[in-house]
Design a protein around this ligand. Structure first.
Ligand code: ACO
Length: 430
């Protein structure tokens, strides 16, 4: 028994549990022996109160609106670092020095190309295929070219798998986009930085190289950093869950992409734009009627981009993106009527008792779509951009989980409420 314990009274018996100490944040009641010793299980749909692992990657203080990557505040990291620097930090737990960063960038840069046979996968998808479906399928598909990553045993193989995924993801994402618009795929050009290369593959054509705007590079770099990790969110929990069966990194990450795509998670960034566009296009829709719909329990509609499982305060990523969206539009001397609607919606929601009482604030997805639009990305690519950003986080969690001696195959219990054992009735007697 540790010096910190908790006791749970259960009808005729009690259960004494160790209390696990965090470096900061919630303490954890260790209930691993609860079922074997008492026959009870805990009931926690959505795992809102359940810690799935000890982790040292990312810390969120939801009440204070604080987000730390390996102890470093997100705002400072986003202001000073490159996305690959942050990827290194998340994967290896420390900021790289100049030599380490140069070597990591060179390593990533020399693996951006896809095996030429991968083209046939892209060719085979229908033109209307959603880029998220193509991204996840292609993530699975690249694993077929590297048998060693299927069951990596050595640390070097795991590191190489991580580097391969991070290096090739922008190429896969850009090819998914090119496929959807019927343009030729652009090959990576390793003269460019990571973010420049992605923009090049997205927006250049073989006949015409689109100049790369440094302001757009800077903005995308920050956006990718802001999405890079968020501890045990739905997609990361999925990556860990799939990886707990010892599935390889590629299979686990592809499954995480499936989870991210949902509109309650990373798919919210495009759902926000659809919602704002609908308000813009419908002369009868108002800010008030939208909020009323969101509050109506008989209506499935939610205020997309609002609310969060962990934040009961303003999501620091949303704050940064909101300011950034305005700066980008000002710089381009452009305006976006959807940004004006978003601001009105936010102001009204933050004054509305329903949202105030439930501590519902804008989350990362509320303004990210507006800035992605301003940077020239079509709506169908928004969750793909989120995936490129979240990739280092998913991999860092997969690596951490594999090193953790407490990891067991993810296999929750249930409270069974179906029929008890009853005799089978032959077909002719029913
Ligand atoms: N609009 C209206 N009501 C909401 C919203 C919303 N966006 N979000 C939460 N609520 C209400 C719920 O109906 C519930 O009300 P009740 O107490 O009267 O039943 C209460 O607030 C608590 O919300 P839950 O759904 O229990 O919170 P949970 O932690 O399960 O869900 C989630 C969090 C999924 C993010 C939710 O807030 C939501 O659906 N938001 C809209 C989708 C969205 O923006 N998702 C992106 C999240 S960020 C990310 O994943 C990258």
């Amino acid at each position: 028994m540790s010096e910190h314990t908790a006791s749970i009274g259960l009808e005729t018996k009690s259960f004494d549990a160790d209390v696990l100490q965090p470096s900061v944040g919630n303490q954890g009641v260790d209930i691993r022996k609860l079922r074997p010793e008492t026959g009870y299980v805990t009931f926690d749909p959505g795992f809102a109160n359940t810690a799935m692992a000890r982790s040292s990657i990312t810390y969120i203080d939801g009440a204070a609106g604080q987000l730390l990557y390996r102890g470093y505040d997100i705002e400072a990291v986003a202001a000073g670092a490159s996305f690959l620097e942050v990827a290194y930090l998340l994967l290896y737990g420390k900021l790289p020095n100049i030599t380490e960063l140069a070597s990591w960038e060179a390593d990533v840069s020399s693996h951006t190309m896809l095996n030429e046979e991968m083209r046939s996968f892209f060719d085979a998808f229908p033109r209307r295929a959603h880029p998220m479906a193509v991204l996840a399928s292609a993530t699975y598909a690249i694993s077929t070219f590297y048998d060693v990553y299927r069951r990596p045993t050595r640390i070097q193989e795991i590191d190489a798998g991580a580097r391969t995924l991070i290096a090739k993801m922008p190429t896969i994402a850009a090819w998914a986009y090119k496929k959807s618009i019927g343009e030729p795929y652009m090959y990576p050009n390793n003269e460019y930085s990571y973010v420049e290369n992605f923009l090049h593959m997205m927006f250049s054509r073989p006949t015409e190289i689109t100049p790369i705007d440094p302001a757009i590079v800077k903005a995308l770099n920050v956006l990718l950093i802001l999405h890079a990790d968020h501890e045990m969110n739905c997609s990361t929990a999925t990556v860990r869950s799939v990886g707990s069966s010892r599935a390889n990194m590629f299979a686990s990450v592809a499954a995480g992409m499936g989870a991210l795509w949902g509109p309650l998670h990373g798919g919210a960034n495009s759902a926000v734009i659809e919602m704002l566009q609908a308000i813009h296009d419908d002369p009868d829709a108002t800010i008030e009627s939208t909020l009323e719909r969101a509050k109506d329990k008989d209506d499935d509609f939610k205020l997309m981009g609002f609310g969060h499982r962990v934040y009961t305060n303003y999501d620091p990523r949303a704050k940064a993106i909101s300011t950034f969206a305005q700066e980008m539009l000002d710089r381009m001397d452009a305006s976006d009527p959807l940004l004006d609607i978003a601001r009105e919606l936010e102001a009204a929601a933050l004054e509305d008792d329903y949202f105030v009482e439930r501590k519902l604030f804008p989350n990362v997805d509320f303004y990210s779509g507006i800035i992605f639009r301003a940077l020239g990305f079509p709506e169908r690519m928004f969750t793909v951009l989120f995936s490129i950003g979240r990739l280092p986080g998913w991999i860092a969690h997969w690596m951490e989980m594999n090193r953790d001696p407490d990891t067991r195959i993810m296999r929750p219990r249930q409270i069974y409420v179906g029929e008890c054992a009853r005799p089978y009735v032959p077909l002719e007697d029913r």
